[in-house]
Ligand binder design. Structure first.
Ligand SMILES: [Zn+2]
Length: 227
């Protein structure tokens, strides 16, 4: 058994690979335990602490890259915002092969993004799906402005976010409202994923998928889990 101290997503990746190999081998006994969603989340939290401290882990990237050329076994699917300051792999101090990232402004999923998430959950079997929003999200701000958007693409984007903005309507000053709308939008995105996808519901209902919602703080670099 691995201990919590020894656990990292990098080692979990190897464990998951070993587990998959065991599943497909003649010997049906799983070689090693698959990390639980709680352990996977703890690995992300530990990585975020390293990022906040400015002390990323040193990794043998060249050998890792060669190893991963045979196949990918990410443990986490992330739906995050495209914002250049909020790269999930960086803010959780993860490396190649760790996170299956699906990103669009406002951390919303259109049908193509949803298909990518379904691929990761159903085919790659990632046990954790993280919806990651962030403070002062420009896409949420645009949706909250109520201004007409200058293109069909931007209009489609804010249409996904507007229900979250409407939910917090009238709850405080402009800054407070934006902060609440950002949180509401994380919840809305997670809800939309499950409502739109029978595949995701099947995995979640079967206990094979845990959905986690979180918020990234721009200035401190901290990721805070939302209830
Ligand atoms: Zn954003």
């Amino acid at each position: 058994m691995i201990t919590r101290r020894e656990f990292s997503l990098a080692s979990a990746l190897v464990l998951a690979g070993g587990w998959r190999a065991a599943v497909h081998a003649a010997d049906p006994a799983p070689a090693r335990p698959v990390p639980s969603p709680g352990q996977i989340w703890e690995g992300l939290v530990a990585g975020n602490k390293r990022f906040v401290a400015g002390k990323p882990r040193l990794r043998a990237l060249a050998s890792l890259r060669r190893e991963l050329a045979r196949g990918q076994y990410p443990l986490v699917t992330v739906l995050g915002c495209s914002d250049s300051r909020v790269s999930p792999s960086l803010v959780f101090d993860q490396t190649v092969g760790d996170l299956f990232e699906v990103r669009a402004a406002g951390n919303v999923a259109d049908p193509v993004a949803l298909g990518s998430i379904e691929y990761a959950v159903d085919h790659l079997r990632t046990p954790l799906l993280l919806v990651l929003g962030h403070e002062k999200c420009g896409a949420v701000e645009a949706a909250a402005s109520g201004e007409p958007m200058p293109s069909p693409g931007l209009e489609a984007l804010v249409r996904h976010i507007k229900p979250a903005v409407e939910r917090v309507h009238g709850q405080g000053s402009a800054d407070t409202l934006l902060a609440r709308a950002v949180e509401a939008n994380v919840h809305q995105s997670a809800k939309d994923l499950l409502e739109s996808s029978a595949i995701l519901r099947r995995h979640a209902d079967g206990g094979r998928l845990t959905v986690v919602k979180a918020l990234y703080r721009l200035a401190t670099g901290e990721v805070v889990r939302l209830a």
